[in-house]
Design a protein around this ligand. Structure first.
Ligand code: ASP
Length: 361
């Protein structure tokens, strides 16, 4: 009797162990089949930049223009790469890289900002720290030389997330940031673009919305700049800086300074910077939507970016693109326009630079 009892206990134990082994094996197999190559660390650190998206066509560019854009993109990205390679933070890399682009008249940010209808330059910028989810932004400033520095100061040295206009300029001054006369932002090219748009507007004598929403006019906005980075500590950061859209009125603010639309970073998912027709990017909450698709639906960065840029934004009627990097170091540059000034560098220092769609560079 005693023996039979022991035999029974041994049999039960054996079958439990076997079940556990089987369960382990099944779950191991499931894990194996569930391994997604996009969810493995591909780069210890990485950086991507954009210099705006739009109808950028090879036939409209001279070889000199092309070379000038490419060389400025390379100069900028190498600044951020160096910071990351030496163990610096993604926030520093983003800020310093954007400074180079802001100081160049080639891009619609800082020195090259476009003109408003009132012939002023009103600049917007934002930055976000993926580790803390802290963020800072400034909108409609006319005298701050590098709006991305102001955005970072708002994030780090104020209790607020977004400052605008005169108040933002006062804060910049208190922070010791470089203040310039508003004439610093005057560039002949941008001024001529505004005049062209105004002439067109007069000719059309269209309804109130037409000038701003006309297809030919929406493309006079190229050149917003942005940067996203992953550093060696696994921290993500994103930043965006712009002059907005030519002929904007009434203190219009675009997506660039809006956290979740123009800029978003979260160490759990990715860092994103947008460029495009801001009104649509605000309504589609582009940058946060990409992160949310990864977070809640388990999409890869590439899938999420494709969903938002190739489906959601165009279905609303908007256009543009994004750059992004995820926590594994996957890099994405997705756009639905003819071109987007862009560059990326991975942890081996491999550099890619592009302007047009379809690998025409
Ligand atoms: N998104 C910017 C804005 O609407 C413009 C751009 O990216 O070109 O202000």
């Amino acid at each position: 009797m005693k023996n039979t009892f022991f035999l029974l206990v041994i049999l039960v134990l054996f079958s439990t162990c076997k079940n556990e082994e089987e369960l382990k094996a099944i779950s191991n197999n499931q894990n194996k089949t569930a391994i997604d190559s996009t969810k493995m660390k591909v780069n210890e650190f990485a950086i991507v930049i954009h210099g705006g998206a739009g109808t950028i066509l090879k036939e409209n560019m001279t070889p000199e223009d092309e070379a000038a854009y490419k060389s400025k993109l390379e100069e900028a990205i190498r600044v951020g790469y160096k910071i990351l390679n030496e163990g610096g933070s993604s926030l520093d890399a983003v800020e310093k890289t954007i400074n180079i682009l802001e100081d160049s008249p080639l891009f619609n940010a800082g020195k090259g900002a476009v003109f408003t209808n009132a012939e002023t330059n009103e600049l917007d910028a934002s930055i976000m720290d993926g580790k803390t989810l802290n963020a800072g932004a400034s909108a409609g400033t006319r005298t701050v030389k590098n709006p991305i520095n102001l955005a970072r100061a708002v994030m780090e040295n104020s209790p607020h997330v977004m400052l605008s206009g005169i108040g933002a300029e006062q804060f910049a001054q208190e922070q010791g940031l470089t203040i310039v006369d508003s004439s610093y932002f005057f560039t002949e090219n941008r001024y001529k673009s505004l005049q062209r748009v105004k002439e067109y507007e007069l000719k059309k004598k269209a309804d109130k919305k037409a000038a701003f929403y006309d297809a030919t006019i929406k493309d006079s906005k190229f050149g917003t700049v942005g940067c996203v980075a992953l550093d060696k500590n696994g921290n993500l950061a994103a930043g965006t800086s712009t002059g907005g859209m030519t002929n904007k009125r009434w203190g219009r603010i675009g997506d660039a300074p809006i956290i979740g639309a123009g800029t978003y970073a979260n160490n759990n998912t990715c860092a994103v910077s947008s460029t495009g027709w801001g009104e649509f990017f605000i309504r589609a909450m582009v940058a946060h939507d990409i992160s949310a698709l990864m977070d809640y639906k388990g999409l890869s960065l590439q899938e999420a970016a494709h969903e938002v840029i190739q489906k959601k934004v165009p279905e609303l009627g908007g256009d543009g693109g994004i750059i992004a990097v995820d926590k594994y170091g996957n890099l994405v540059m997705e756009f639905n326009t003819a071109g987007m000034y862009r560059a990326s560098m991975n942890d081996t220092g491999e550099l890619t630079i592009g302007i047009y769609k379809d690998n025409e560079n």
